[in-house]
Design a protein around this ligand. Structure first.
Ligand SMILES: [Zn+2]
Length: 323
């Protein structure tokens, strides 16, 4: 029997989003809550609580399974969490912990990959065989599709776009490295730059706009100020977007994708990233590779939830021999 629903879970550094999803990608029920920071079991408890919420009134036989996207290096083949910068999940057997409590099959993936799967099935990359998805949020994630399939690498750990080197000896990255893309483009990077700038005379318009002290500025404040015409805020985003553009121009030279999709919690809130990336590729990518389209995510913030659910359907179909 082909089950009607799967549950998609998108665990972010700040928020957990869960949806009950139909095979064709319709989101029937949604629920969110803040991501606990007190420890791995608190995160797992929160995940289970939101899964239970969306499954109220649904018969277990109608559920294909649960897909969970984590902001972590997930070994997709072994279904283990190898490393996690923003949450205390490294080495935690998330899959078994959740499965022991919800009684459904669970499949884990990196959140960037899950978002790429979501955009591939239901969004901006529908029908596109070779594309790169970039998610800008608490961190920078990514997912690469080659020949219509997600590219996972030797051990299923590929796709860590945020931790590719952009400046040798550059700024510290949350992962412990230096000069990585995430140190220039993420929520972390934007807030660092905004707070430094706002502590000086030059950034005073931003704090006035947001109505907070310099040290309390968030990336959302910066984007809202930029969207309202604040030039200092727009400048901070432009600088960040320029680094992303240069980095992606290099990726275009390496991979020759048809499309780059820009999404994630922050990527969805402003057109600046997609616009600057398109210009950077036009300027810096090698001849013959510049026809790559740059698009903003279509299913946007739901891409992670929809993609995780699609992975759960895929796993179910593989188990039942439906492929
Ligand atoms: Zn890093």
């Amino acid at each position: 029997m082909r089950n009607s629903y799967a549950v998609g879970v998108d665990v972010g550094g700040t928020k957990i989003a869960v949806g009950l999803v139909e095979r064709k990608g319709r989101l029937l029920k949604q629920s969110t809550r803040n991501t606990p920071t007190s420890g791995p079991f608190a995160v797992v408890d929160a995940v289970i609580a939101v899964i239970d919420e969306v499954l109220v009134g649904i018969h277990p036989s109608e559920v294909a399974g649960i897909g969970i996207g984590l902001p972590a290096q997930v070994d997709f083949f072994r279904q283990t969490v190898e490393f996690c910068t923003n949450l205390p999940l490294a080495g935690v057997d998330v899959r078994s912990l959740v499965m022991s409590r919800v009684k459904y099959e669970v499949v884990l993936d990196n959140d960037g990959h899950a978002a790429a799967v979501g955009e591939s099935r239901f969004g901006a990359a529908k029908g596109v065989r070779d594309f790169l998805m970039v998610t800008i949020g608490t961190g920078v994630g990514g997912g690469l599709f080659v020949g219509g399939e997600p590219y996972r690498g030797h051990r299923g750990l590929g796709g860590e776009l945020g931790h590719t080197m952009v400046v040798v000896g550059g700024l510290p990255c949350p992962c412990g490295g230096v000069g990585h893309l995430e140190a220039y483009v993420s929520r972390f990077a934007i807030e660092r730059d905004a707070r430094e700038t706002a502590a000086t005379f030059r950034g005073a318009t931003m704090t006035r706009f947001a109505g907070v002290e310099a040290g309390e500025l968030t990336a959302e404040h910066v984007i809202a100020a930029a969207n309202a015409g604040d030039e200092v805020a727009a400048g901070i985003l432009m600088e960040s977007a320029n680094v992303l553009g240069a980095s992606l121009a290099g990726m275009v030279n390496l991979l020759n994708p048809e499309l780059i999709v820009i999404g994630g919690g922050l990527g969805d809130r402003t057109a600046i990233f997609a616009e600057v990336v398109a210009v950077a590729i036009e300027r810096e990518a090698m001849a013959g590779r510049r026809d790559v389209r740059v698009a903003r995510a279509e299913v946007g913030n739901d891409a992670g939830v929809l993609g995780a659910a699609a992975l759960a359907f895929d796993e179910y179909d593989a188990r039942e021999g439906l492929h």
